[in-house]
Design a protein around this ligand. Structure first.
Ligand code: NCD
Length: 327
């Protein structure tokens, strides 16, 4: 392990990437490989006892398959007990505040709370008032930190494989994020992480979905897919979040497809080595064509596999960090 392994994690919670240092991000990335190895064990038990006897609560107020199961599996592979609370069946529908619900969960000795909420800031609010470790699994359009960490990890793994350099970092890596940036917490967390790691980010999509003010985050913004793709190492496709669009933000899906879809045609603009990523769930053949999603340049399922290991790393670092209730 490199430089980062000398740093110690001291945070109680993981709320966003914006507040993390490069060293903290690299510490997570450097901690994850040992957990990739645990999941890949061909014989024996795919588990380590690092969170034995601890309770991890998944508290999702928005739909999720991938992220929820990924956290649950990560907790189980660390030997934690797990509990899932679905918002629709919890007392919040009876008017209980988030604070009260969490105080009750904590009274049953929960150690880590994984929360997804449609309100930006909800995880931050809870983290400040409670002793348990809070992990933000997506809050409104704000942040989705573990997605950005697993994405950075996947980019780094692929870069290291391509270059044969096992110490390669994301410095100078060119990443094009395409599509519905405006509604995307994944894009925001990725921009923060990639900026801190020294990568160069280009955003591309219709101006309504990629407002110019994103340039203030230190990224390039363009409405030309050709320009975004022609020198990129990573093509990162985002889901068109139809459910978050209050009004029609582009004239027609057909027009979006023609100008911005990642498919065999548009991918011709990108260098041959460029990989294709997507956080899921995919609107097949809208933002990303099926042949590309399932094709040889796609690392989408690697992202899912790495997600478990990266979340194991995050939970291990938080719970064994010396900060918060499990200190
Ligand atoms: C994303 C999310 O929910 O923020 N999905 C995910 O967690 N992998 C992106 C999306 O919904 O488009």
């Amino acid at each position: 392990m490199g430089e980062a392994s000398r740093n110690v994690w001291t945070r109680k919670d993981l709320i966003g990437i914006a507040g993390l240092s490069r060293q903290e991000i690299e510490l997570v990335l450097d901690t994850a490989p040992q957990f990739v190895a645990v999941s890949q064990r061909s014989s024996g038990i795919k588990k380590v006892p690092l969170l034995q006897g601890r309770l991890v609560v998944n508290w999702f107020h928005e739909p999720s398959t991938r992220t929820r199961t990924s956290f649950e599996l990560a907790a189980k592979r660390l030997s934690a007990d797990t509990l899932a609370i679905a918002a629709s069946s919890s007392s919040s529908v009876k008017g209980e505040t988030l604070h009260d619900t969490l105080a009750n969960i904590e009274a049953m000795s929960a150690d880590i709370i994984v929360i997804r909420h449609s309100c930006a800031g909800a995880p931050h609010l809870l983290a400040a008032g409670h002793a348990s470790h809070i992990i933000n699994a997506g809050d409104g359009r704000h942040e989705h930190p573990t997605q950005a960490l697993l994405d950075a990890f996947t980019m780094r793994e692929n870069l290291r494989q391509r270059t044969g350099n096992n110490e390669a970092t994301l410095d100078g890596l060119r990443v094009a994020i395409i599509g519905d940036v405006e509604h995307s917490r994944v894009a925001r967390s990725n921009i923060h992480a990639l900026n801190k790691l020294g990568a160069q980010v280009t955003l591309c999509g219709p101006a309504t979905l990629v407002p110019r003010d994103f340039a203030a985050m230190g990224v390039r913004v363009t409405t030309s897919l050709k320009e975004a793709l022609e020198d990129t190492d990573v093509v990162y496709s985002l889901r068109i979040q139809l459910e978050r669009q209050a009004k029609a933000l582009f004239p027609s899906l057909r027009e979006y497809i023609k100008l911005f879809r990642i498919d065999a045609d548009s991918l011709r603009y990108a260098p041959d080595h460029a990989i294709v990523m997507h956080p899921g769930p995919i609107n097949r053949d809208l933002e990303l064509s099926t042949d590309v999603a399932d094709g040889p340049r796609s690392v989408i399922l690697q992202q899912v596999t790495n997600g478990v290991a990266v979340r194991m790393a995050v939970m291990h670092l938080l719970a064994n960090s010396g900060a918060g209730r499990t200190a």
